[in-house]
Design a binder for this molecule. Sequence first.
Ligand code: SF4
Length: 582
Amino acid sequence: MTSEGTFRVLIVDLTARRGEVVRFGNRLESGGGSGLAAALYESYGLPEEAADHPQQPLIFAIGPLTGYFPLMSKVVCGFKSPYHDQYTESHAGGRLALAIRFAGYDAILLRGKAATPSCAVIGSRGLQVDDVHYLWGINSLMTGKLLRRIYPQHSGCRSILRIGPAGENGVTYACINVDTFRHFGRMGAGCVMGAKNVKAIAVHGDGDISLPGAKAYAQLFQEVHEKLTDTEMMRKYYDLGTAANLTVLNERSSLPWRNMQQTADPGVDGISGERFGDELLMRQTACAGCPVGCIHLGMLRERFADAHQFEYRQVSYDYEPIFAAGSMLGITVAGDVLSLLEEVERVGLDVMSTGVALAWATEALENGLVTEEQTRTPLAFGQVDGYRAAIRHLARAENDFYRLLGRGTLAAAREYGGEEFACVLGQEMAGYATGEVYFTAQSLGFRHSHLDTGGYTYDQLNQKQDVDEAIRFLVDDERGRCLLTSMVSCLFARGVYSSELLSSALASIGQEALAADVDGLAERVQRARWRLRFKTGFDPSTYDVPRRLRKITTWKGALDEAYLDKLRESYAREITALGKPG
Ligand code: SF4
């Protein structure tokens, strides 16, 4: 095979503080993104070893369309998750995808462990692993500010990843902050970075790429750009953004409130997308290469402790963070939500897991399962100060209670009690109490993410109960998303990038062979990911839906447990078949 048929991957050996560029794999076989990350883990990963083994790889992969088409702006991070000790993926945007493309790599893989807290500085012509021990312990926002001064070069096409105290202290749902407003949020990529003694990664996109000269490429680019900007399809992401879902889901009795004790509450008015838009929105911004700009930045206004002056800061918000730091904790004031989101940002935690974990802790305290001595602060639904303090305790793993809570809500519930109200679906639930299909999808999904499939949409559009049809939808929808995340597209563009359009886009940049078999690629990637998940220990029978979620009532009425269990059985069979070796 010629080198054009392989991927160009930078392998960074953190222990030796050096790297090498290798030609790896087969583009036709793996495509890129999710497919490439899985192939790299297959070659470099240690499936039998724990997630914090120094030689476990931390992989960042882009796709063949990155840099060539709009919204091809995401990076797939592949790693063994410290949360469940199995292979997983997390996705993020920001400037990282373009920085990796312009630096000339298809993927960057970190292995080994740095001797001291370090920053890996990566460019097209070199790699340094710099000692930055003085940044250890510093919050993720301040770390970003300092790193921008330390590494001022190529600021327009440079991406800075960093972790906060949560990643340093082994919280299994610590995130990696990417360019301040985006994150590898779920399943603990930040914890893996911390275990490797990597405080930060700076990727300089200091090279260039040549665009195809053919007219067909320019024409197709124009068509795609128009679809993404001139039609209604993407407008919802720009206007109110995903925060618009708060009111919609509340009206459908599908918005988790107060640790899922309710699915609707009039308090939604205080934290709705409209409220954020009217009172707090400062501006929208975008990932590099995206003309949509769905990132909403709210204004957090806080008084200096000892003065009559105010400080103003920008905090990004979306539907999921507002659910986690808002309704799930009974917070009904938008400014209070922003204040919690900023605290989570500083310490470098995944916001969804944090909100759900603290909601469980609140109920555990109310029921006397844990004491205030253990929580170190009063926790009560709607009370922002206690939650702000608890976020800091959690990130610092300050005592046995927070150490255990930092291993996941279920880990804490198994020790202290309250498993029945631990809102965990593989990991802490996302904000969709839409019913049986979604609970099946998240509890057994590849990443336990609301983005694995459109299960929550299926619940909202389908009243009838048809197990076969629902499971076919989940399997097919996941396969389609595998194609998108192999390219690597923002999933908000899924309505635009059909497999036919992706095939045309690949052909227009000279990837005709890949273009000819995008459906085959999607299927191979779907199977490769499930094979890895099973190889690293996945057993669907160990994942359940807690009692609290089984007892909810939505706009459709009471959840049907028998239907839920049939769906879960059938989905478990399907994914087990997908994960079979060979
Ligand atoms: S739609 Fe939003 S998340 Fe997606 S690429 Fe654009 S700015 Fe980033």
